[in-house]
Design a protein around this ligand. Structure first.
Ligand code: ATP
Length: 336
């Protein structure tokens, strides 16, 4: 035990708590009463009744060590939270025929980028290069930099503090949990203690989903659109990953505009492969992929923004017809 650890066990608890406000969580999780005033943890542990220790299944000598590991882990998580991503840079590699890809693209939080191109052109490969933080070691030879530098190997392969979250098309839940239980499990694993977090995620998911669902709906009975809505809300509000990759959000059952807004509102960098002109125009930029390489980067112009407004208008009309169809109504000419 080093001197820092001894200090944690011996300093008055009210002082310790001031420095490490999450210390209380250790006692709560263990089902123990929380220390008050100037008692120190060592004292507290030495005075715990044998019956209490037996109930929680831990030896007296181990409890102090468990407390130290808890504080260590929490401190590390807090450190990770402070790592701010200012930029992601993608440096070109080669196309499928080995020709050089002329690309040097830097993205910053709040950026939305669409990736477009024919089937098989390499859209998913580009997303995979970013997810993998390629360092010239994927079929494309691309390199991805974080804040202008190659990420350290621990970062690339870290599972806990992933920089990149993937939202995939197929989200079939097999867990026997309700929506509320799922959110609360995830919130717990992210050390998010906000009382209203279940409510917030659910409210956001319902804004995205066409058909509303409640906290006690079992995950397995959510429709495809509802599952995707839940995953998008969960990624936006609970995942700490600053980069979100989307491999095509289908039209079915999700409000795409709101989905992008909620992700970008959390200051994430969003990259999405898509064939959908509405989604593509919601991005500030789109990358045109051909034969495995980015051939062009197009900025969305004001002119194109007007096209977007028009497309959104048609989309609403189409949606209204879909609703009529579902309700068994006649599909007559539409009057604005
Ligand atoms: N630069 C490259 N060099 C070598 N292979 C590549 C390159 N880019 C893509 N590929 C390979 O080409 C194949 C098709 O790419 P990918 O699946 O990314 O296409 P896609 O555009 O996502 O297609 P779809 O629209 O059908 O999903 C994959 O096997 C991928 O690894």
């Amino acid at each position: 035990m080093d001197s820092q650890h001894k200090q944690w066990l011996n300093m008055p608890y009210n002082q310790l708590r001031q420095q490490y406000p999450y210390a209380d969580q250790f006692f709560q999780t263990m089902g123990l009463s929380i220390l008050e005033g100037s008692h120190c943890v060592e004292d507290y542990v030495s005075k715990l009744a044998p019956q209490v220790l037996e109930d929680i299944g831990i030896e007296r000598s181990q409890l102090g060590h468990a407390f130290i590991s808890f504080l260590e882990n929490m401190n590390q998580l807090q450190q990770e939270d402070k790592q701010i991503i200012e930029s992601v840079t993608i440096l070109g590699g080669t196309d499928k025929e080995g020709r050089k890809e002329n690309l040097h693209l830097t993205l910053r939080p709040g950026d939305i980028v669409a990736i477009v191109g024919p089937t098989g052109s390499g859209k998913s490969r580009l997303l995979a290069d970013i997810e993998w933080m390629a360092q010239g070691d994927t079929p494309t030879g691309r390199q991805v930099l974080i804040n202008g530098k190659a990420p350290e190997p621990e970062k690339r392969f870290a599972v806990e503090s992933k920089l990149v979250a993937q939202l995939s098309q197929n989200m079939n839940f097999v867990m026997d949990l309700s929506v509320a239980e799922f959110i609360s499990l995830h919130a717990e694993s992210r050390l998010n203690r906000r009382d209203d977090i279940i409510e917030k995620v659910l409210e956001q998911a319902n804004k995205l989903a066409g058909e509303p669902f409640t906290a006690d709906t079992p995950l397995t009975s959510l429709s495809g659109g509802q599952s995707r809505a839940l995953m998008i809300a969960d990624t936006a509000l609970l995942s700490r990953s600053p980069i979100v990759l989307i491999d095509e959000i289908e039209n079915a059952g999700v409000d795409r505009q709101e989905a992008l807004q909620v992700l970008v509102g959390q200051d994430k960098i969003v990259l999405m492969a898509t064939h959908d002109p509405i989604l593509a125009l919601m991005a500030q930029r789109r990358l045109i992929i051909e034969k495995g390489s980015v051939k062009q980067v197009i900025e969305t112009t004001d002119e194109e923004q007007k096209t977007l407004q028009e497309l959104l208008h048609w989309d609403q009309k189409l949606m209204a017809y879909r609703n009529h169809l579902r309700k068994g109504k006649k599909l007559l000419a539409f009057h604005d």
